[in-house]
Design a protein around this ligand. Sequence first.
Ligand SMILES: [Zn+2]
Length: 114
Amino acid sequence: MKQCSKCKSIKSLEEFSIGTTGRPVSICKECIRQYSNRWYQKNKEKINEQRKKYYLNNKEKVNGQKKKYRNKRRRTDSTYRLLCNLRCRIYKVLKGRSKSASTMKLLGCTMEQL
Ligand SMILES: [Zn+2]
C-alpha cells in the first residue's frame, strides 16, 4: 500500500505508475489522469495549433513519410493492396458518373474514410 501525495488516499501499488527510477511514482494513476486531462483541456487549442503548424511547416516531410508508409504497405500487405485497388476503382466509377462532390455526400463519407 502507498499513499498518494496528491489526493492523500492510500491505494494499492497497482494504482501507481512505475517511474523512470523503477520505483512507483508518488502520485496515483487517477490523479495523473485527472491532471493530464485538465492539462489537455487547458492546452487543447495550443496543441492543435502546434500540430497544424508542424504539419504546415513539414508538409512535404509528413506527406513523404505517409507516401513511404503506403508504398511499403502496398508491397508487403496484400489486403491493403486489394483495398487500394478497390478504392481506386470506386473512385473512378464515381468520377465517371458524377463530377460533383454530391456523390460523396450521398455515400456519407469521404474517400479518405473509404
Ligand atoms: Zn491520487
